[in-house]
Design a protein around this ligand. Structure first.
Ligand SMILES: Nc1ncnc2c1ncn2[C@@H]1O[C@H](COP(=O)(O)OP(=O)(O)OP(=O)(O)O)[C@@H](O)[C@H]1O
Ligand SMILES: [Mg+2]
Length: 504
């Protein structure tokens, strides 16, 4: 067999941000026709490495080689010029422009007179999409596309640039199972064509499905690189956390009390129809379904972000009208949104006030915010969730993606609501902290909180929930008890293959 061709090599690269050593003399080599997975806990340095390949950060020390030659990647244009395409942790497209304009941003095809050749631009994009079997049009505005489709646009963009290296930072975090399959098909296709692929994910099943080679980082250091077939998932986790891990989904038995939240025939046009359920004190009600099933839309109505057109909501047996998030909070509801970067975090605030923001009122005496209490709560949560930072005074925007998630989660956990709605609470959170998040959720239930857990991860839903409500295309297709639920039944209902209007 021909030995694979080395495309990009990072040798002994380091990067420091203030006091944080994000990367410490790490090595990484990417070969043509190979998927290389990079794994590590939140804050391990993965995105920092990605940003070096993207030309966003330059190494403090160490070198980058491309096809054997030492190169400098001082800005994104230089990376692009080398054929290094980077799909960032958060898609960075221009929402108001259409798909084709985004793909050809800054390099519109020109006709002989030097004018933009719009026709050719749209034709090329349509051709590209045909080869990727995508369902949307080159004329669609980006803002109308799902995150999954935005990612495909980014990939299409990379393909149109004839990328030799494709770097994907948690591309699957916001995708449904089917969309992940589509993405993998495209990635495999690119691999066959000899593209060198760097793939980052917190989901080990994906890593082992896709990767040829795996590298583990821990605390900014390179721990191991090995062929995927030479490692087991357990070994990878061991390398990542550097310790043995407590059980995931440590569900504690909670005594289930009276109904706190009752939802009857709730309907919002275009989002969901006739949704009814109850949640009791101490109960964790899982919301399962594919992305787009309407689970988040239900949560948004409960929290007063959107309005329902029909149906009612009762809290402790009394009908309530929730017209705003602050009204929802007064009724004892809290909602941790799925898109935490956008909705959950004040990026230019430090960690501590971000964590304690919703409980300001509880903590402040007339005018003064109780800084001491704020710091105590923030320090406590930062420790429990292992937020990796230079301290609770670090700005939220400087945290790694997963650590930002933890800050938002803390802020709602600290409010002590009677109904807590968690939307994909462990997305983007590494395996170690995930167990801790599960433990906290479970403990809150034992303390009598009623919890709605929206998750696309079946093991999480099955492991944590007392009952599971499954939605498909805006309707409730099943309501399963913990004792009878299994992966198959949930998937069945989530794909709309059963319609037993079972409800409680
Ligand atoms: N611009 C920055 N300024 C200060 N610190 C930073 C900056 N960028 C990253 N860091 C820090 O560097 C460390 C590594 O961050 P990085 O984003 O590379 O982690 P990651 O492995 O991608 O984590 P995640 O799984 O959470 O996405 C973190 O401690 C982070 O807070
Ligand atoms: Mg990251």
């Amino acid at each position: 067999m021909k030995s694979p061709q080395l495309i990009v090599e990072l040798i002994g690269v380091s990067k420091q941000f203030g006091g944080v050593h994000a990367l410490k003399r790490v090595d990484l080599a990417l070969y043509a026709g190979e998927v290389h997975a990079l794994v590590g806990e939140n804050g391990a340095g993965k995105s920092t490495l990605v940003k070096m390949l993207a030309g966003v950060h330059t190494p403090d020390e160490g070198i980058i080689k491309f096809a054997g030659d030492q190169i400098e990647l001082r800005n994104p244009a230089q990376a692009k010029h080398r054929g290094i395409a980077v799909i960032q942790q958060h898609p960075s497209l221009f929402p108001d422009l259409d798909v084709a304009e985004n793909i050809f941003m800054g390099r519109h095809p020109l006709d002989r007179l030097g004018r933009v050749d719009w026709r050719r631009m749209y034709d090329e994009v349509d051709k590209l999409f045909a080869s990727l079997h995508v369902q949307f049009s080159s004329h669609d505005p980006i803002s109308s596309l799902s995150i999954a489709h935005q990612q495909l646009v980014e990939i299409a963009k990379a393909l149109s640039l004839q990328a030799r290296v494709l770097v994907m930072d948690e591309p699957t975090a916001a995708l449904s199972a089917r969309e992940i399959e589509e993405l993998f098909t495209i990635v495999r296709h690119l691999r066959e064509q000899g593209v060198a692929i760097l793939f980052i994910s917190h989901r080990l099943d994906e890593i082992f499905t896709l990767a040829d080679r795996i590298t583990v980082f821990r605390d900014g250091s390179h721990i191991v690189t090995a062929s995927a077939s030479a490692l087991t998932p357990e070994e990878v986790v061991q390398h990542m956390v550097g310790r043995t891990l407590e059980a995931l989904f440590p569900k504690e038995e909670a005594s289930i009390g009276e109904v706190v939240l009752q939802v009857e025939h709730l309907t919002r046009r275009g989002a969901f129809r006739d949704v009814s359920f109850t949640v009791r004190r101490g109960e964790i009600l899982g919301f399962a379904g594919l992305i787009g099933a309407g689970r988040t839309e239900v949560a948004r109505v409960l929290f007063g972000v959107d309005r329902a057109e029909a149906g009612r909501i009762l809290i402790n047996g009394r009908v309530v009208h929730i017209h705003s998030p602050s009204a929802a909070m007064r009724h004892g509801l809290a909602y941790v949104p799925e898109d935490r970067q956008q909705h959950g975090l004040i990026l230019n605030f430090a960690i501590a006030p971000n964590m304690t923001l919703p409980i300001m009122r509880q903590m402040s005496n007339v005018t003064l915010i109780n800084r001491v209490q704020e710091r105590r709560i923030a320090t406590d949560y930062a420790r429990r969730l292992q937020v990796r930072s230079s301290g609770i005074d670090q700005l939220a925007q400087l945290l790694s993606g997963g650590n930002q998630q933890k800050v938002v989660l803390s802020k709602w956990l600290a409010t002590n609501p009677s109904v807590l709605i968690l939307d994909e609470p462990t997305r983007g959170i590494d395996v170690g902290a995930k167990a801790e998040v599960h433990r906290i959720i479970s403990r809150l239930a034992t303390e009598g909180m009623a919890i709605i857990l929206i998750s696309s991860e079946l093991p999480e839903i099955l492991g944590m929930s007392d009952r599971i409500l499954v939605m498909h295309e805006g309707r409730v297709t099943s309501l399963l008890d913990r004792s009878e639920a299994n992966q198959e039944k949930v998937m069945f209902a989530a794909t709309g293959q059963v319609k037993n209007n079972e409800r409680n």
